[in-house]
Design a protein around this ligand. Structure first.
Ligand code: NI
Ligand code: MN
Length: 220
C-alpha cells in the first residue's frame, strides 16, 4: 500500500480498494501538499476536534461520501452535517470495511466539551499502521508492542504533543518496524529538526525512521 504525507497529521493511506485519510487539515495549513477539493477518500479518521485535525473533514466527507471515524463525541456535529459517521471509544475496535480499526488512548484534550482524543491502529491489506494523533508519551504505549506495528506515525513537534526525545521513548515502547514523524514545522511553536529525531531513534531502537516532505510517500 501507499502512504502519502499531506502535511501536519494528515496522511492518505491507499490500498487497491480503499483510500483512508487521517486528520485532514489542508485549508489554512501552510505545509499542506494538496487542496481539500482534490482529495476524495473512502474513509476519514479524525483523532480529535482541534482545528488542525478535524480541519476539512466536513467538506471532504460531503464531497466524497466518505465515512468518518472518531470517538463518539463527534457524533452530534457529524449528524448535523448529514455525514456517515462511526463513533467508538478508547479500547474499542470498529469493523470498518477496510479492516479492523482500533481506537487507542491519546493523552491530549479533545476540542469538544467532555470529549476525548484518540489514536488509531489501522489494520488493512495485511499491514498495521499506528496513527498516534496528538499525544504525550505515556507508559501504556508499551501495550502497542503486542500489535506488531508495521508503521507508526508519531508527533515530534513538542509544545502541544510529545517532542523528539519523548517520541524516541515512544518508539522504544511501541517497537514499530518503521516510523514517520509528523506534527512538526507547521507553525513556529512546533519547529523541530526531524533529522535529529531520526538520528536518536535509529541509534537507540531497531526502527527505521522515514522523513517525508509533504507530498511524498512510501510503500509498505
Ligand atoms: Ni490537538
Ligand atoms: Mn494538533
Amino acid at each position: 500500500m501507499k502512504v502519502t504525507f499531506l502535511g501536519h497529521a494528515c496522511f492518505l493511506i491507499e490500498t487497491g480498494a480503499y483510500s483512508i485519510l487521517t486528520d485532514p487539515f489542508l485549508s489554512g495549513n501552510p505545509m499542506a501538499a494538496r487542496r481539500a477539493e482534490d482529495v476524495r477518500p473512502t474513509h476519514i479518521l479524525v483523532s480529535h476536534a482541534h482545528d488542525d485535525h478535524l480541519g476539512d473533514t466536513v467538506g471532504i466527507a460531503k464531497a466524497s461520501g466518505a465515512t468518518v471515524y472518531s470517538t463518539f463525541d463527534l457524533n452530534s456535529v457529524m449528524e448535523q452535517e448529514g455525514i456517515n459517521f462511526s463513533g467508538g471509544n478508547i479500547g474499542g475496535t470498529l469493523p470498518a470495511d477496510f479492516g479492523p480499526l482500533k481506537l487507542v488512548q491519546a493523552i491530549h484534550s479533545s476540542g469538544l466539551a467532555g470529549g476525548i482524543a484518540c489514536g488509531f491502529v489501522i489494520e488493512t491489506d495485511g499491514r498495521k499502521i499506528y496513527h498516534a494523533g496528538d499525544t504525550a508519551l505515556y507508559g501504556d504505549m508499551a501495550f502497542l508492542a503486542r500489535e506488531n506495528i508495521d508503521l507508526a506515525l508519531l508527533p515530534i513537534g513538542d509544545y502541544f504533543t510529545m517532542g523528539p526525545e519523548d517520541a524516541v521513548e515512544a518508539v522504544k515502547l511501541i517497537k514499530p518496524k518503521q516510523v514517520i514523524p509528523m506534527h512538526y514545522n507547521t507553525f513556529p511553536p512546533i519547529a523541530q529538526d526531524p533529522n535529529e529525531f531520526k538520528r536518536l531513534a535509529e541509534s537507540e531502537t531497531e526502527a527505521k525512521v522515514v522523513i517525508l516532505e509533504p507530498g511524498n510517500q512510501i510503500r509498505i
